[in-house]
Design a protein around this ligand. Sequence first.
Ligand code: GYE
Length: 324
Amino acid sequence: MSKKFLAVAASLALVAGLTACGGDSSASGGGADGGITMGFAQVGAESGWRTANTKSIQESAKEAGITLKFSDAQQKQENQIKAIRSYIQQKVDVIAFSPVVETGWDAVLLEAKRANVPVILTDRAVDSDDTSLYKTFLGSDFVEEGKKAGEWLVKDSQGKSEVNVVELQGTTGAAPAIDRQEGFAEAIKAAPQIKVIASQTGDFTRSGGKQVMEAFLKSNPKIDVVYAHNDDMGLGAIEAIEAAGKKPGVDIKLITVDAVRDGMQALADGKINFIVECNPLLGPQLMELAKKVVNGEQVPPRVVTEETTFTQEQAKAELPNRKY
Ligand code: GYE
């Protein structure tokens, strides 16, 4: 993985209009009143996964008695940087964020460090050599997720002479897009008949997945498999495949990542063939870590979420219990 350092232009602009969530903004300030205030800079609202993640964070902050200041960056790094600067200015007790992309964070994280505001990375990682810029990283192992997707396809491709895959990538430069591509590529090396014939970003959205898939279908006469970095893009691809008069799950197989309800429904309906789970319910663990960090307790530098995979049969059994 490349280690790039993009210098972030220091801007003094204060962010107007960050949504305060969970209450009284005057309660911030070093936990002097005994309460903890967290500034959370979210990626956006691009997918079902993200919606579930946001809900989990808001609900568990409430349960933990943590005052949450929440902002939505609409998938733009510059918005996240502004939000983080604003949280530093407001002297929150802890900042948590899920970085839109991997690189370009050193400058703003250094500002937080100098202002003594601890930072927790959640869901997505940053690509920086300086691990002193954050206290811990809570989230999935995306390379592992990509590997699980690839391993399923290797098994499914046994005895076939040619398997053409198109890949719908997540947001360019985002950790889950980079790592899910890497893990998948690694796993399919075991089966040389599997070839990724096209790969393009659909930005983790349903409309992005649909658009890219429409273009793939026009320019590639033989597509056997779609590997989508999330359910939403896979669901968009299903629409494009059906509009082209083909049967998703049968004429063209689909593998996706996340296992949100809509994805699981499509899997149970036979339109997706395999889903690798990525757990969005990070709120409770995040609040636990935040309390420890604010109290000066030791926390592990990396906390990995436990996840599984689903076949069509397993999805049918799991659907009634799925909470998101
Ligand atoms: O898989 C995707 C979302 O960062 C793990 O972001 C997250 C990814 C998730 O948009 O649906």
